[in-house]
Structure formats: C-alpha cells, structure tokens
Design a protein around this ligand. Structure first.
Ligand SMILES: [Zn+2]
Length: 140
C-alpha cells in the first residue's frame, strides 16, 4: 500500500496559485516571443521565471513585471472592496431603514386611514425597527 499524504486546503490552493501563475507566465512569454523578444537561458533571481530580452538588449522578467503585479493588484482590489462593503453597506442600510420608519410614522398621522392600513404601517415600522437593531448590532 502506498498512502499519499492528503494535502490540506491551504496547500492545495497554494499549489493551484503556483500553477495558475506559471500558466500565466508561459502564455505571456509566448506573446513576447512573437513580439521579437528572446528567451534567455537564465532565470529571475526573485521569482524563478525564465528571463526575456528585447531587441534593445533590455532584460525583462514577465513574472515580476506583469504576473505578480496583476496578482497584487487583484488582491488589493479585493481587500478594498471588502473594506468598503462591510461598514458602508450596513451604514447606508441603517439610514434607509431610518427613513422608512420616519415615512411610515408620518403615514400613521393621516386621518383617512382605515384600521387595517394603520395596522399594516405599525407592522412595517416594527419590522424596520427589528432589522435596524440587527444591523446596528452587526456593525460593531
Ligand atoms: Zn521575476
């Protein structure tokens, strides 16, 4: 019997990220070869990608200059989006609900409402208040 050690989820996603990265690098290297870049026999000290050289003899690392920059940009963008959504979305939901409560309370003062309509407004206000309390609790 040969039992291979099970990879943890973290190891699996690391492996996948590594594979994605080298796929991106080889695709870009193909593009650069078509543009007239040469593939050098040396690898980048920083990221181990094969170095390329353009017609001006400038050495270029696809891994550092493009793939890693893109990955970092994605990560930063994702982080920003997350930061915004957490506080701001809840904050604006609370504001909207507050306005709804004010609106429904105003409606209750209309004399021509039937008892049934009044009850609906009261239920609506109750629901808004409950939701607001839940949202306020989850902001902190
Ligand atoms: Zn590099």
């Amino acid at each position: 019997m040969c039992d291979l050690p099970e990879l943890s989820d973290e190891e699996k996603s690391k492996l996948k990220a590594k594979r994605d990265r080298s796929n991106k690098i080889s695709k870009l290297m193909g593009d650069y070869l078509l543009k007239g870049y040469k593939m050098l026999g040396t690898v980048c000290q920083k990221c181990q990608a094969i170095l390329m050289q353009n017609k001006q003899q400038e050495i270029y690392c696809v891994g550092c200059e493009e793939v890693d920059k893109l990955i970092n940009k994605d990560a930063q963008y994702f982080k920003q989006q997350n930061n915004i959504s957490l506080a701001d979305v809840k904050g604006s939901s609370i504001d909207i609900i507050k306005n709804q409560i004010t609106w429904a309370t105003d409606q209750l003062s209309i004399d021509t409402l039937t008892l049934d309509q009044r009850q609906q407004f009261v239920n609506f206000i109750k629901l808004c208040c409950e939701t607001r309390v839940l949202l306020m609790a989850s902001v902190n």
